[in-house]
Design a protein around this ligand. Sequence first.
Ligand SMILES: [Mn+2]
Length: 401
Amino acid sequence: MREPPSRESRRAGAIGTPVRERRHHPDFNMLDSQGWKALEAEAKLSGKGWGREKQWALEMGLPGSESLTDKSIPTFARGELPHFAGINTFLKAPYVENVRDVGKYDAAVLGIPFDSGTTYRPGTRFGPQGIRRISALYTPYNYEMGVDLREQMTLCDAGDVFTIPANLEKSFDQISRGVSHVFSSGALPIMLGGDHSIGFPCVRGIAECTSKRIGIIHFDRHIDIQEKDLDERMHTTPWFWATNLPNVSPKNLVQLGIGGWQVPRDGVKVARERGTNVLTIDDIEKLGPEKTAEIALELAWKDADAVYISFDVDSIDCGFVPGTGWPEPGGFLPREALKILGLVAAEGLCGLEVVEVSPPYDTSDITALFGVRVVVEALGSLVAHGKLGSHKHLIDKPVSF
Ligand SMILES: [Mn+2]
């Protein structure tokens, strides 16, 4: 007589189980799980960078008090620990006071405190500060990816671009100049906005340093491609101007998450005329994150040599990102967007911006925290897939000031 399946499986799990097999349930083999593999992956990471940082902290911050058992703790906080202390650069990365030194690093974060392109709620001029402050919460290590940014790459914080409040055009010139300087140095430029009007000068800064063609993957609820808004080049217009650049084709612009009741028809008309690629949240839900990323990569990279990512935090359902200029329900869930972001970054990037974090409207820093997460997720993916630095071959017209 056949025994009930439940007893069979229980017995199968009990007899002669090797210590490391960890069979808890017939449908879930721990050895094949991401959780278990990530435990194993951590063992492969070096700890040298962390050792160097602790040594440096003692030298810079003086050895700690006699009563402390842990002799690696300095008197003055230097480096990562404690997370609540210290002067906040992004992820406590070294502040490069002399921007001529940015090229010594694999990637450079630069803040773009600017909200003159905002057409409703302002406050993104405080975005870089807000993002840097809450970035103190993060370690440089990611569990699932098995990467440690401190061990596997060098990152610096170049501080903020000097923007000119209430003058879009002068600010755009300053932003392009700053971005082209970083890009020309060989460091990967990572921009902390700022409202979305910075998308145009950021892409222009990169595009002018290369004769190669650039695609753009754009996460947003808004289409952001009308020519003008309120008679100026506001944050609703970056892709009109960016796709006017000779080496940035609208055919390589992939717009993910667009939809809802805040999409200006003027922009829709331009997107249709120029033939950009728009996927709505419904499209993405139907396709799933993997297929979405595959399609986005195919379109953005078609006859292009590099891809730029523009991540507007308002692409996420506004329940998760209250601190933004034009909140809208019905967008991405955070984990969907992070998954797609990681997958598209895995093919390499020539730059990344995260925009529309407005700390005055934020609650418990959660929007700013999501902004941090966008940056580390992209960097982690680049490191994990060996693509950090893949943008350097593009630099055939470096600028020098
Ligand atoms: Mn938006």
